[in-house]
Design a binder for this molecule. Structure first.
Ligand code: PMP
Length: 406
């Protein structure tokens, strides 16, 4: 199948505008992706035709909203290769990881246990585990990152002991672009009896993901990084693991019977969806999945990889530009430093030419310390970006080199 990516770009209304007198170049996709018209219209259509609260109502609109909400759960399940009873709707990756830490974690982690993460974790996959370690007396350890920006797998044998009860790591690093060998790491964790969680924020919308094949226990992702709105995401929890997990938040929808003194809880994902969920978000996440599936994640991955390889090749032309992360086997983002230019100044300079980059620590402060930089500048791509946009970024970076020269 040959995809005309330029035509696909027409599906994204936001991309066709000028910023500071220049055509917008949106290279901040790792922070959030843009939304196709199909998804925007589905959101409006839901509020114009079907809006009602789910599950409790016996009227037509509530029935429609409930059917669409549960249909979306099936789509997410299929998208990840899971069962629908294993998909919990969340606000996003952060909430999914906090849910696991507080529900599974408080029930299973005790003093003396080890929670293993890596040095390249986003704060979302670090702070919840720090909180759990404080609550339980467990120890938090991390797998170091090599100078090439990969996990130091030589250290893993020493770190992966039988004390490790949870190994939580990022699938694709948002700061380095590294694609971690998830399947191998999960197998090694399983061998010592550890439960595994994969932070899928940067992989869910970018590559084929099958949780059965990966064999992870948990996989968390955010809809807004894969063409859906903000405020919705999902957590995959392997069936037998989910069945043993106590509730996290209490409230309506997650109970079967409530008395003053105590309550009985529902089984399955409903136990973790207290209160009115983001109904429109969940339904539209299903629409975003349809959209991505029609393109094919393997095609998206290939297109994004070609764009990234091209960006890396062109960026090598720029003197004084240091690129972070591995050369090969990386996701569709490039973090870099330009000699003499603070990432915030460089990002502001780029913005004056309509180029949206991101400058900062990217919520990976421990990694920044390892790299011995306070922050980096990051360009992150998605399937609607083009080589011409990369050429224009290169011209802007070349101009910045002169502009910021001491
Ligand atoms: N993990 C990674 C690797 C991320 O890139 C992000 C988003 N920047 C998150 C977790 C958190 O995602 P969210 O803010 O959507 O919960």
């Amino acid at each position: 199948m040959t995809i005309d990516w330029t035509t696909i770009r027409q599906d994204f209304p936001i991309l066709h505008q000028e910023v500071h007198g220049h055509p917008l170049i949106y290279f901040d996709n790792a922070a959030t992706s843009q939304k196709p018209r199909h998804v925007i219209e589905a959101l409006v259509g839901y509020y114009e035709r079907d809006n009602a609260n789910v599950h409790r109502g016996l009227h037509e609109l509530s029935g429609r909203a409930t059917d669409a909400y549960e249909e979306s759960r099936r789509k997410v399940a299929q998208y990840l290769g899971a069962g629908e009873e294993e998909i919990i709707f969340t606000r996003g990756t952060t909430e999914g990881i906090n849910l696991v830490a507080q529900s599974w974690g408080r029930a299973n982690i005790k003093m003396g246990d080890v929670i293993l993460v890596t040095e390249m974790e986003h704060h979302s996959n670090l702070v919840p585990w720090q909180m759990l370690a404080l609550q339980t007396g467990a120890t938090l350890k991390h797998v170091p990152v090599t100078d090439e920006g990969e996990l130091d797998l030589d250290q893993l044998d020493t770190l992966l002991t039988e004390q490790v009860k949870m190994f939580a790591f990022v699938h694709v690093s948002n700061s380095l672009g590294t694609i971690n060998p998830a399947k191998e790491l999960i197998a090694r964790a399983k061998a010592v009896g550890a439960v595994t969680l994969l932070d899928g924020a940067q992989s869910a919308g970018h590559m084929p993901v099958n949780v059965r094949d990966l064999d992870c226990d948990f996989y968390a992702f955010s809809g807004h990084k894969m063409c859906a709105p903000t405020g919705i995401g999902a957590l995959y929890a392997r069936g037998p693991v989910l069945a043993e997990m106590p509730p996290w938040q209490g409230g309506g929808e997650m109970i079967t019977r409530v008395q003053f003194e105590s309550s009985f809880y529902k089984e399955g994902p409903a136990r973790f969806e207290a209160g009115t969920p983001d109904i429109s978000g969940a339904i539209v996440l299903g629409e975003a999945i349809d959209y991505l599936e029609a393109l094919g994640r393997e095609h998206i991955f290939q297109h994004d990889s070609e764009l990234t390889a091209y960006a890396l090749e062109r960026m090598a032309e720029i003197e004084g530009l240091r690129i972070f992360g591995p050369r090969l086997n990386r996701g569709s983002l490039v973090a870099f430093a330009l000699e003499g230019a603070h990432p915030h100044d460089l990002t502001t300079y780029a913005n004056s030419f309509g180029l949206a980059l991101r400058g900062g620590h990217h919520c990976t402060q421990p990694l920044m310390r390892k790299l011995k930089v306070p922050s980096t500048t990051r360009a992150s791509f998605y399937f609607y970006n083009t080589r011409e946009e990369i050429d224009r970024m290169i011209a802007i970076l070349q101009a910045a080199r002169t502009f910021f020269a001491p």
